[in-house]
Design a protein around this ligand. Structure first.
Ligand code: ADP
Length: 546
């Protein structure tokens, strides 16, 4: 088994993940900032406390050492003052007993005594004495001060040899002793401050541990508190997302009396009014749809009668005077137009009511396109447009509703002929592994981008004043789009003013399967081609086919 961290690249993921976490989680951000600020405050306080405790400890140990040394020196000096020894051995003993007095009067075992240099040496004076280790640490500066200072006390911080080969922090206090008949001696007493240092280390460790524990505690408390605060906000955010996605029934649970409860209340109030308005609109829209559908149905019967009567009049038009004949023709065209409009309205109202069902059957799109092209040829001829089918692929059966797809192709072709200004109209069919597609390309007026944006809108026409030979209703492309969508297909358009238009219908090879890409390009390969180019492209292809 391989773990991600074995790849050796996992650490590259860490900074971006941390950055994302920082950006996305309010909780992480708050806790991190709190930890940082608390840590800084605790560090400053800890350092200050540690320094002041260390100063205090040192000062009290110094005071103690100075007192101790002063008391021992006084005791020894009074013993010395009471003595009358004045010769060699007696003098040596005298110094020894004075040092013993010092030792018994102090808490220290580190004592040294040196004869102050430059004194009259008539009688052999007692030799210098020093406890091991003390001699080396007394600096010459301290000695110089003690030699000049008489009975005054001087001190110095030193590193004393410790028990386990290390050095211990220490203090040396120096002053002078006077041996009657032998002169002045420098007396040094060393104090080991190891215990004070141990106390300080203990205090510092305790402070550090307490500080760390405090930081963790503050972090945990912040985490919990922020969770308390963030949780309702998270719920509100999720709820509003679901509401925006269309789930109108979601609400934030209202608990308590606090600010979140009032947020929840106002949010829920807003959601309620939104829901009721949308429901109202939906009801209205249903009513409207029903109205359109009912009216269309109601109009069907009288229209059929009118149509029958109109047909009779139209058939007899030649027997009428010319003006009446013209009226009969006009009546006929308008009745046809009315009929088409009514059929389109009924169809769109069926879509709106959601009562449209696909009736798929295996259909060859090339054959379907060929049939429709033949059907429209007369109209194309009337408009002076050459109609051509070009099918590099798509010669197999695909499940589709042929009635609907035929209607789409017919509508696209009708539009192309109507707006193609007598220029050629090319229908192309092709297929790939996921889809079959059909394009209808014309080289007519074309549309601006703004017009293209509305081309599938109901009742929309680019220019209502354009000459209308076919008499469209403005619903054709809206119905075509519904038909394509019902097949889970696409209906798309490219158009440019003066360069014509290209409508592309793409259908999945298997109903319900997703279309990966369309087999035909949009914009078409000759997008932007001029009229002359279009003619010559057509000529070249016609040649190639013959
Ligand atoms: P209509 O019944 O008016 O043709 P459609 O929905 O089929 O309704 O088309 C809507 C409008 O789109 C048309 O009125 C026309 O202005 C524009 N249109 C459609 N096809 C083309 C085309 N090939 N070239 C230019 N304009 C087009």
């Amino acid at each position: 088994m391989r773990y991600r961290w074995m790849d050796g690249e996992w650490w590259r993921q860490v900074p971006p993940r941390l950055t994302r976490l920082w950006r996305t989680s309010l909780q992480v951000r708050t806790v991190a900032i709190t930890l940082l600020l608390t840590g800084a405050a605790i560090l400053v306080t800890g350092v200050y406390m540690s320094l002041s405790i260390s100063n205090d400890l040192y000062q009290s140990r110094l005071d103690q050492a100075l007192r101790d040394s002063s008391r021992a020196t006084t005791t020894a000096q009074s013993t010395l003052n009471a003595s009358d020894a004045s010769t060699g051995d007696a003098g040596r003993n005298l110094l020894n007993s004075a040092l013993q007095d010092v030792q018994s009067a102090t808490s220290s075992r580190l004592i040294a005594a040196y004869r102050v240099p430059g004194q009259d040496a008539a009688t052999p004076s007692p030799p210098d004495r020093s406890s091991p280790g003390l001699n080396d640490v007394i600096s010459s500066e301290l000695r110089a001060e003690v030699q000049k200072g008489g009975t005054k006390q001087f001190y110095q911080s030193v590193a004393l040899p410790g028990t386990d080969g290390n050095t211990d922090p220490g203090l040396v206090v120096g002053t002078q002793l006077t041996l009657p008949s032998y002169g002045h001696y420098e007396l040094y007493i060393g104090y080991n401050l190891r215990d004070a240092e141990n106390t300080l280390v203990f205090v510092q460790n305790t402070l550090a541990l307490a500080g760390l524990a405090l930081i963790l505690l503050v972090g945990a408390i912040t985490w919990v508190i922020v969770r308390f605060v963030v949780q309702p906000i998270r719920v509100a955010a999720e709820t509003s997302e679901r509401l925006a996605a269309g789930d109108l029934a979601v609400r934030i649970p209202e608990r308590g009396e606090d600010v979140f409860a009032s947020l929840a209340r106002s949010f829920n109030g807003m959601a309620d009014s939104l829901q009721s308005q949308i429901n109202q609109l939906a009801t209205l829209s249903q009513l409207q749809q029903r109205f359109v559908s009912d009216v269309s149905h109601e109009l069907r019967t009288p229209l059929t009668t009118i149509r029958l009567a109109g047909d009779v009049i139209y058939d007899q038009r030649e027997s009428f005077p010319p003006a009446t004949e013209r009226t009969a023709e006009l009546l006929h065209t308008q009745i046809e137009r009315f009929d088409r409009l009514l059929s389109d309205l009924l169809e769109i109202s069926r879509y709106d009511a959601g009562s449209v069902a696909l009736e798929p059957e295996p259909t060859n799109l090339v054959r379907l396109a060929d049939d429709t092209v033949d059907e429209m040829r007369t109209l194309a001829d009337q408009n002076g447009s050459e109609l051509r089918l070009d099918a590099p692929g798509g010669y197999f059966d695909v499940a589709m509703d042929p009635r609907r797809i035929r209607r789409v192709v017919r509508n696209l072709l009708g539009n192309a002929i109507e707006h193609g200004e007598g220029k050629p109209v090319i229908v192309t069919v092709d297929s790939n592994e996921s889809a079959v597609a059909l394009t209808v390309r014309d080289y007519g007026l074309g549309m601006s981008q703004q017009e293209v944006n509305h081309v599938f809108d109901r009742f929309w026409r680019a220019d209502p004043s354009r000459k209308r030979t076919i008499g469209g209703t403005g619903l054709g492309l809206a119905i075509s789009l519904e038909d394509a969508t019902l097949h889970a297909g696409w209906l798309q358009v490219w158009s440019a003013p003066g360069a014509g238009s290209c409508f592309r219908l793409t259908l999945p090879r298997v109903i319900g399967r997703e279309i990966a890409s369309s087999p035909l390009p949009l914009p078409p390969f000759d997008a932007g081609a001029t009229d002359a180019q279009a003619e010559s492209a057509l000529g070249a292809e016609t040649e190639a086919r013959t």
